[in-house]
Design a protein around this ligand. Sequence first.
Ligand SMILES: C[S@@+](CC[C@H](N)C(=O)[O-])C[C@H]1O[C@@H](n2cnc3c(N)ncnc32)[C@H](O)[C@@H]1O
Length: 259
Amino acid sequence: MTSKLPDFFYQIFDPALPRLGPGDTASTMRALRSFTEHSPSSADRELRVLDVGCGNGTPTLLLARHLNASILAVDNHQPYLDELLRRAQTAHVSDRISVLLADMADLQLEDETFDLIWSEGALSIMGFREGLQVMRSLLKPNGALAVTEIVWLTPEPPPEAHGFLTAQCPLMTGVPSNLKMIADCGFDILDHFTLPDSSWLFEYFAPLEMKLRELRAAGDYGAEETAIINSVEAEIALFRKYQGSYGYEFFVMKNPPNS
Ligand SMILES: C[S@@+](CC[C@H](N)C(=O)[O-])C[C@H]1O[C@@H](n2cnc3c(N)ncnc32)[C@H](O)[C@@H]1O
């Protein structure tokens, strides 16, 4: 199933943007090191890796460069997958990446297939707990899952931020509750850390704001387009106002052996 978001949404979240959500190379590499340190045999064979909600593939390409792996990259928007394949060719890693246009909630992949599942900024679309359960069934025993998830970083979130974000992510909670869900779903946690604010402000928002300025300058828009621009701008302003109250947490976890 492909996405049903309005076309104008994808004019803002253009496949040519450097990335489609908060993140940065150092954080992806730290999470990747947590995986390789806890999976010493991972260097001896070709790994099967799944990237869920890969977008235009910034994290996917890093995985391809640093792992001996065959990577299946899944998204529900074909232009992102096309861009990922173009970037993979430029980076000379296209032989390691295949793409699948699919809904992450209906992947129709065989259980216990993957050594590593990656998902930056996307698993909350399914709901964190449900996402963990679905991904765990796709992992081999001893396989690992690395995800970023939006979290409250304070026990009492500011009401304005709480209202705005729970409208978008009703199940958003704090790091301790997420760690409990991870344990409840049968995973062992390997590492977790908060993405730096720069991964929002510089890596994600700065190019997105340029895109918004370009679109605003390009013409008069109707009510639907204006509402979409306003809501993306409001999201950026909210983070600037309340950074430190919420953020993305990288969670790296492992399926126990023979689970
Ligand atoms: C915040 S972006 C993250 C993209 C990429 N992982 C990154 O870090 O740059 C979320 C991605 O999930 C994809 N997505 C949204 N809903 C999806 C679904 N139901 N199934 C598969 N992908 C989905 C979007 O198209 C988008 O590319």
